[in-house]
Ligand binder design. Structure first.
Ligand SMILES: C[C@H](CCC(=O)NCC(=O)O)[C@H]1CC[C@H]2[C@@H]3[C@H](O)C[C@@H]4C[C@H](O)CC[C@]4(C)[C@H]3CC[C@]12C
Length: 325
């Protein structure tokens, strides 16, 4: 499962945990403005906004899992099995394959308002990247540098674009159900609970943290949605970039999947392969991996964004122990 958030302590940070049992050889990929973006059913974008994110470089084509552009619009695709539906090519619509959706939006839109205008014309066409790489069933979180976010779900009954008041997304069920489920946690709090049970029962608050005792702790997508929303809304904010980035990763790591906890096959366990976050205001990309919790940084502004070839960085997966004696 996966979790994606936008966190707005001062600047705005957008990204996700990628949870899966296999890894694809993904890299940090910067697509500069003059990379010739080809689309199966739409005209190419010879010039577009530059973007940075995690992608699989498939023979020179960036298959983005999540990314943000130089204008501060971010977008992530998360698994949405059983619900995601892609459609036949339709006349009069912008027919975009699911693997083209991130570049199509990030290449052309600077804000959520602009994205909504393009979304109104889009038909997510049921096209595979290749015979081997069939379309994954996804839904998407999109956020801009005001911290505003939306969710795009293409269900059996068509495409839905939801305003997202909580700024997070996980997996199933459908987004309105995830929001509704928050009702069940209205009394969860960072503060010690008040005894509403009965004034005839003496309760002495035997432990700190009892206000959050009823937060769901599971690896499942509904539990992670509640937990990450609560942790985000209660996170401290600062004027310091480093403190805010650090807090951002604490939030994502609070819903990360340790190996061994989420069994998906006889010997297969889903785990958090990487966590990433882009400062949408500044174009700085941060990430950690399962085996390297040090925060790694790629600053897109340090690259020649007017060039035409993909710029890639292998993810640093080897952590360091700092021996002090
Ligand atoms: C599996 C993950 C989503 C993670 C998640 O939600 N997992 C939880 C779960 O399995 O429930 C998705 C997110 C982006 C997806 C990739 C991107 O869409 C790009 C690319 C698209 C091709 O159609 C298929 C391969 C490929 C490379 C996709 C493989 C599956 C990815 C990596």
């Amino acid at each position: 499962m996966c979790t994606s958030i936008v966190f707005s302590p001062k600047d705005h940070y957008f990204g996700r945990n990628l949870d899966l049992e296999i890894t694809f050889g993904q890299q940090v990929v910067i697509t500069p403005r003059n990379y010739d973006f080809k689309f199966r059913k739409m005209p190419e974008l010879k010039q577009h906004y530059a973007m940075v994110g995690i992608a699989l470089n498939a023979g020179g084509y960036p298959l983005y899992f999540d990314a943000a552009n130089e204008k501060g619009l971010g977008m992530a695709g998360l698994n949405y099995p059983g619900n995601a539906t892609y459609y036949d090519v339709k006349d009069g619509k912008d027919n975009v394959a699911s693997f083209e959706f991130i570049p199509w939006i990030l290449g052309q839109c600077a804000t959520i308002e602009e994205a909504k205008k393009l979304l109104a014309k889009i038909n997510i066409a049921d096209i595979n990247f290749s015979e081997k790489m069939v379309a994954s069933k996804l839904h998407w979180l999109i956020a801009d540098k005001t911290g505003t976010s939306i969710v795009v779900e293409t269900d059996k009954d068509g495409m839905h674009v939801y305003d997202n008041p909580v700024g997070c997304l996980t997996n199933n069920p459908q987004f309105p159900k995830q929001l509704f489920n928050l009702n069940n946690y209205a009394d969860v709090s960072a503060a010690m609970p008040k005894n509403n049970f009965s004034d005839q029962v003496k309760m002495d608050g035997y432990s700190r943290g009892l206000g959050s005792r009823n937060l769901p702790g599971g690896m499942d997508s509904e539990s992670r949605f509640v937990r990450v929303a609560f942790n985000k809304f209660n996170a401290p904010t600062s004027d310091s970039e480093e403190e805010n980035v650090d807090t951002y990763f604490h939030i994502l790591h609070s819903v990360e999947q340790q190996k061994g906890l989420d069994q998906v096959g006889p010997d297969a366990f889903e785990y958090t392969i990487y966590s990433d976050g882009i400062n949408l205001d500044k174009g700085i990309f941060y990430y950690t991996t399962y085996t390297n919790k040090q925060i790694n940084v790629v600053d897109m502004n340090k690259e020649d964004l007017d060039s035409s070839d993909l710029i890639t960085y292998d993810m640093l997966t080897k952590g360091k122990f700092n021996h002090q004696n």
